[in-house]
Design a protein around this ligand. Structure first.
Ligand SMILES: [Zn+2]
Length: 164
């Protein structure tokens, strides 16, 4: 993400902004990171949502069929044509870039926060509660929570580091 591409995020609820920062810094505790830290073995590192490949943040939040389906559904909802971004930080830049003015950019940054929050929540429900959530439920969650989140975010701005 370049300085030009970087934008501001509303002052999100602390747990949401903490997740976003950890994700953009690739410090989120996906299974590849747990494996790297020696907490789990490589045999336990597959994606909990599809079981297909190692769970990295890029896979979980974009390239897993689960996340990709949500990304495309949100794209249609927002009325834009979108290919899947190559990585997590560019997904933020792409989404915010769809905004034609600062107000819409801010709105789309909130959509991105809701997107990553909802995927992480669905992933953790699967891992810790053995609860299966389908993609359309996540899209509904994002759409219905956005208005409330926009209120909760308030006006405080967090400027994303240009190096992220
Ligand atoms: Zn997957």
């Amino acid at each position: 993400m370049t300085r030009d591409e970087s934008s501001s995020l509303s002052g999100a609820p602390s747990k949401v902004s903490a997740l976003a920062w950890q994700l953009l810094l690739n410090r989120i505790l996906t299974r590849d990171n747990l494996c790297y830290r020696g907490i789990i073995g490589t045999a336990e590192a597959s994606c909990p949502l599809c079981g297909g490949v190692v769970e990295t943040s890029r896979h979980l939040f974009l390239h897993c069929n689960f996340a990709a389906g949500i990304w495309y559904a949100l794209s249609r909802w927002l009325g834009v044509v979108a290919v899947l971004p190559p990585n997590v930080s560019s997904s933020y830049a792409v989404l915010v870039g769809w905004g034609s003015n600062s107000k819409r950019k801010k709105g789309f940054s909130i959509v991105w926060l809701a997107f990553v929050w909802a995927i992480w929540k669905a992933r953790n429900d699967r891992v810790f509660n053995n609860k299966v959530i389908n993609g359309s439920e996540v899209v509904d969650f994002i759409q219905h929570r956005l208005l409330r989140l926009r209120v909760e975010f308030g006006v405080k701005l967090l400027v994303l580091a240009a190096a992220v």
